[in-house]
Design a protein around this ligand. Sequence first.
Ligand code: SF4
Length: 493
Amino acid sequence: MERFTPYYKDMTRYITKSKVLSGLKCPKKLWLQTNNPELAIHSATSELNISKGIEIGNLVRRNYPDGILIEHVDRPDLAIAETKTLMQFIDAPIFEAAYLFEDSFIRADIMAPTEAGWRMIEVKSSGGVKEHFLNDCAIQTWVAQKTGVKIQNIVVAHVDTNFVYAGDGNYDGLLVEEDMTDTVSELLPDVPAWLANHRNILKNPVPKTRMRSHCKDCDFKEHCESEQTEYPLSILPNGRKVIAELQDAGFEDVRKIPVGLLTNDRHIKVWQSTCTNLPIISPILKTEFEKLPYPQFYLDFETINFAIPRWTGTRPHQQLPFQWSCHIDRQGMYLEHLEYLDTSVSSPMRAFAESLIEAVEIDGPIIVYGTFESTVLKTLIEFCPDLEIPIDNIIDRLANLLPWLQNHYYHPAMKGSWSIKAVLPTVAPHLDYLQLEDVKNGTLAQLAYLDIINPGTEQGIREHKIANLLKYCELDTKAMVEVVQFFKGSRDS
Ligand code: SF4
């Protein structure tokens, strides 16, 4: 039996701000969101960003203590009617004010009454005003104005990344409001064309859109990738310009690029290896890795960042370490594994630093993958200035595996990525991140940690998350050990 959806619940009949913004970024995304939403796979990054947005939204409302929240999430008709009534009869800020003009429906984060109209405030958890926020504000303003609302100011409220939390529950100064009235006003004449573009996309079959760098965080990434050739041009690392030129020339597959067209060394390496279906391994790796003295410490960190700082002395969006894993290779002896995961609700930095200093001893290379650990260690000195000397000693001993591999190794299965997750299956297929439960990447690690430090999490779930987080970080350092062992045992090719 066909299910009847009451007209007010059928949000697909409305043009919403988020859909217009999707259409501006990628027409295919808008089309899929509207016609095949079941193909979306919500990423951990989206989940984390949404929760940060909600946190900031709730905080900013504290600055408007008389504000009235309009709920009716599933009843746009009621939300619109309530907004109208409040605006007419009550002189107070309105949260989630709803407006409909023709088929365009928006909800404004905050509408605050002014002497001669309204101040529209859009709330963002980021550390500044990004370009797409302006389009966002323009759509909101255009629709509200069309319903007759007099908007005096258009403001973006965002986090001030210089704010330092004093630990007293006082977040005055965390949010800054930037008046964007003039810039947004210049965009208002473009809004009707954006809406026409939106309707046009949806009237037609699914658009053919090339995958680009913005696909990275898209919920339809897997779907779009599944429609591509096995080795699309997008695997050419940092190759935006050259990829566009090749696509314009009619190429879609790396294997079809003719000899002599690529000039960048890394692109040539990817192309060669993909065409021959053979890995490229430089003998330099064996020589360099054999030179590494013992004991060798393989180190990896997990960090968290909060839009609203939780711990004294920390700033918004600052990367704060809560976990490390370290494998120690003492040549010929069994591989030792040490680890630390802070499960207290309080600031983890000091315990993290002290346990780490003890684990990595005072001598021997500390092998990492990328520059992240070095950056985090420098931040750690801010929190533990008395530990500056031993932390500096760790920084001085860091040996970064990533550039070695980027310059001297490639396997066709890596598909243009030198991330440890892409490299590991090519050197140690028995160790794959896919075999992990729940926590398979850094963002999922952050979500697991948030659950662990949430006093409301059930004990059984908490223990499960702790076990998964430990397994994940351990695999990161075991992976590096495997990489070094593999190349030390490799032959020239
Ligand atoms: S993955 Fe890329 S091409 Fe596909 S819908 Fe998303 S943004 Fe568009």
